[in-house]
Design a binder for this molecule. Structure first.
Ligand SMILES: [Zn+2]
Length: 430
């Protein structure tokens, strides 16, 4: 099923012509932002120098620090009276990033969400429960308006009160849910404790965190949903930037609205076709906050081969954001890698917590792991065996020695929004 078949399946020259036209428009739009006006002047480039899509490489990058430096409204290309909504990022690393939307921007955003929801088989008649924060976080209102656009029955349940959420799924005959994968896991756990069935549920859309294939299998098995990965970032509207189709071999990124590149994060050069690197996006139709070559910090690859569903370009699943990456004794570790290993072991329960210390100048990683109730005999000899099994599985994947501390099922914290599974207690080195 398609929401906008013409745009979703546009290819070859027709796509390139449209992208170039929209890129040219975007360059005129960014010229209204003093930061870009200055930066392009310094680089000696004007919109007229961008004669083909390839010329986008001549343009300078934009990064998160630039946006933070423009706080609050330095990146708006329209007067504030044309901005009908503002979202901000959480600002956990410095000043928050402020994102403004014109009415047209909101329409375009809903259009992208509508394409995603239709792509996974949702349509009028489906009942959709949106279990994410409805505040400044873009996942709430973003999904909400896209779902209304295609005529789903929307329940804006937001987060919290997990038992009530489950009762609503059951009582309202909810067919589709959207939340973080960590919250979905908690929903599964509480549903099992309550001993209820949720037979109407068929689709789960999970995003805002990197999550693994073993997490997918677990969520599909325990919630009996078809689980899809959703990717987005506030700087490009929010969720809806890329989404899995039923093939689940990568996420379609909406090529008529977003121009993508993959670069080597160190050199800034483009990588060879199909290679992994940092995703860089130039949005092509943003009015209020146009950007050029925005460095997402997310590591992925482009998949250009035709998808059996008929749609175009895809990106590989994001295995970790550079913000989440841990450097332990010089080795790069993503929490999603740890999660993937743990979820593949039947002895492991629902939650884990990673604690990093620096002892005698050495990084030490301790992982507290909840045991699966069925394996929790309490016999010390059995526990030692499980501990050993987990640490060798992790060593094989991460190339690191870890200390495993087994804890009782249900003893670690649960999360309604984005999970916080890492406690880094290392001080600054210098
Ligand atoms: Zn597809």
């Amino acid at each position: 099923m398609f929401w906008n078949k013409k745009m979703e399946t546009l290819q070859g020259d027709k796509l390139a012509v449209l992208q170039h036209k929209r890129l040219t428009w975007t360059l005129h739009q960014i010229d209204k932002v003093p930061f870009y006006h200055q930066r392009l002047k310094e680089a000696g480039i004007s919109a007229g120098d961008i004669r083909s899509l390839e010329d986008v490489e001549k343009l300078p990058f934009t990064n998160k620090k630039d946006l933070q430096g423009g706080y609050p409204f330095g990146f708006l290309a329209v007067p504030l009276n044309q901005v009908v909504r503002i979202h901000t990022t959480s600002g956990t690393t410095g000043k928050p990033t402020v994102v403004g939307y014109t009415r047209q921007d909101l329409d375009n955003w809903s259009e992208l969400i509508a394409r995603n929801l239709t792509m996974v088989g949702l349509a009028e008649g489906d009942v959709f429960q949106n279990m994410v924060n409805y505040g400044l976080f873009t996942g709430g209102l973003g999904f909400h308006y896209g779902a209304e656009k295609i005529g789903l029955t929307v329940i804006p349940s937001a987060t919290g009160n997990t038992k009530r959420q489950i009762e609503m799924i059951r009582d309202f005959g909810v067919t589709a849910i959207h939340c973080t994968p960590s919250y979905a896991l908690h929903i599964a756990e509480v549903t099992e404790e309550m001993g209820v069935d949720l037979p109407s549920l068929k689709v789960g859309m999970f995003g805002a965190e990197a999550w693994s294939e073993s997490m997918r299998s677990e969520l599909q098995r325990r919630l009996k949903v078809n689980a899809f990965d959703s990717y987005g970032l506030s700087e490009m509207y929010g969720p809806g930037v890329a989404f899995e189709c039923p093939e689940k071999e990568g996420l379609h990124i909406w090529h008529d609205c977003l121009l993508t590149e993959i670069i080597d994060p160190k050199s800034g050069e483009r990588v060879a076709e199909g290679e992994r690197g940092e995703l860089v996006i130039t949005p092509l139709v943003k009015e209020a906050m146009p950007l050029i070559r925005y460095r997402t910090g997310d590591i992925t690859r482009l998949i250009e081969d035709g998808c059996p569903c008929g749609r175009g370009q895809k990106i590989g699943r994001i295995t970790g954001r550079s913000d989440d990456m841990l450097v332990i004794r010089g080795i790069n570790v993503f929490p999603s890698q740890i999660e993937h290993v743990l979820r593949s072991l039947p002895e492991v329960g629902d939650q884990f917590m990673v604690i990093i210390d620096r002892i005698n100048y050495l990084d030490e990683m301790t992982i507290e792991v909840e045991m699966n109730r069925e394996y929790f005999s309490g016999e010390l000899r059995d526990l030692a065996k499980v501990q050993h099994k987990i640490s060798s599985a992790l060593r094989d994947v991460l190339g690191l020695r870890t200390t495993i501390k087994l804890v009782e099922p249900g003893s670690l914290p649960r999360f309604e929004g984005k999970a916080k599974r890492v406690i880094d207690r290392r001080g600054q080195l210098w």
